[in-house]
Ligand binder design. Structure first.
Ligand code: ARG
Length: 303
């Protein structure tokens, strides 16, 4: 009986903590209202708490890439961010703060327990430029720390309509310029792949696993240091933000006919769910093993 209850508690704990962010809500920002219709050329400072799933990934406390919170223990980022970081030592994730300058009172820092690359990630073609980071301990969800919604499948992708899309990050505000200390945001348009692949645009470089966002004339874009961070779109019907892309690459920044290219998040929903579940179930198997053995040894001691 005790074992059964123990197991039940464990299972509940693991599902609530680790995997099923969608149950506890996602893509909502308690501190900021729905996005307005105005377009921001070149971007602006993000309001406090506007992007609660945005994280900064840091090495020895230096920001190098962005990421998005999927659930309490998982963050998605770009694989190319880790081209030179084959070990998770010295790497940390910071959630809950828009300033990189000081250790703010809302900041939650976590070590990285595991880096899971997409196994088809191509350094050459930048295809499948996604990575999952498992955090050492779960984040606490607060007004400033929340998971983003993921698009569940192609049917959902077809039915969702987005009223506005935004890119966010601490990256440079011009090509080869310095990064910023305050999180910035900019509204962008999603650009059809056919348009983006035209001869004078990316000329066929954009695969099915990528999505372009920005403007034909340029001027608004992500840039170096924004990689791994979210391209997020708002559904008025659901009143939530969905992760649509993961910042991947671009030809310089904000050039005309060279919009930002993002890993297309909807292509990776299965992969994200599978990896998170698998690791949760191995943790579960391990806990069951521990639990059973302690119950057994208790029984053995009693007899
Ligand atoms: N690869 C860049 C990074 O590592 C992000 C580039 C995005 N570039 C762009 N023009 N949208 O931070």
């Amino acid at each position: 009986m005790a074992l059964a209850i123990g197991l039940l508690v464990l299972v509940l704990n693991l599902t609530l903590n680790g995997v099923s962010a969608q149950i506890t809500g996602c893509g909502e920002r308690p501190l900021v209202g729905a996005p307005g219709g105005s377009r921001i050329v070149g971007g602006r400072n993000a309001p406090d708490g506007a992007w609660p799933w945005q994280v900064s990934i840091q090495k020895n406390s230096q920001h190098f890439c962005g990421g998005s919170i999927l659930s309490a223990q998982w963050v998605i980022s770009a694989a190319h961010c880790f081209d030179y970081e084959r070990t998770q030592l010295n790497l940390q994730v910071m959630a809950g703060e828009r300033s990189l300058l000081r250790r703010g009172q809302h900041a939650q820092h976590r070590d990285i327990k595991k880096i899971i690359y997409h196994r088809h990630y191509s350094v050459v073609a930048y295809d499948h430029d996604v990575v999952l980071l498992q955090l050492s301990t779960p984040l606490h969800f607060t007004d400033r720390v929340q998971p983003v919604c993921t698009i569940q499948n192609e049917t959902e992708e077809g039915t969702l309509t987005f009223s506005a899309c935004f890119i966010t990050g601490w990256g440079s505000t011009r090509y080869e310029g310095p990064g910023v200390v305050r999180l910035r945001e900019a509204e962008v348009d999603l650009i059809p792949r056919e348009t983006c692949n035209q001869l004078h645009w990316y000329n066929g470089l954009v695969s099915e696993n990528m999505i372009c966002a920005g403007f034909e004339e340029g001027n608004v874009d992500s840039c170096q240091g924004d990689s791994g961070g979210p391209l997020q779109c708002y559904s008025e019907e659901q009143q939530r933000f969905y992760l649509v892309g993961v910042t991947s690459f671009g030809d310089e920044c904000a050039l005309a006919m060279r919009p930002g290219v993002y890993a297309r998040a909807s292509k990776y929903t299965d992969w994200m769910d599978r990896k998170q579940l698998r690791s949760a179930s191995s943790t579960l198997a391990y806990s069951i093993l521990l639990h059973t053995s302690s119950v057994l040894s208790a029984l053995w001691l009693l007899t």
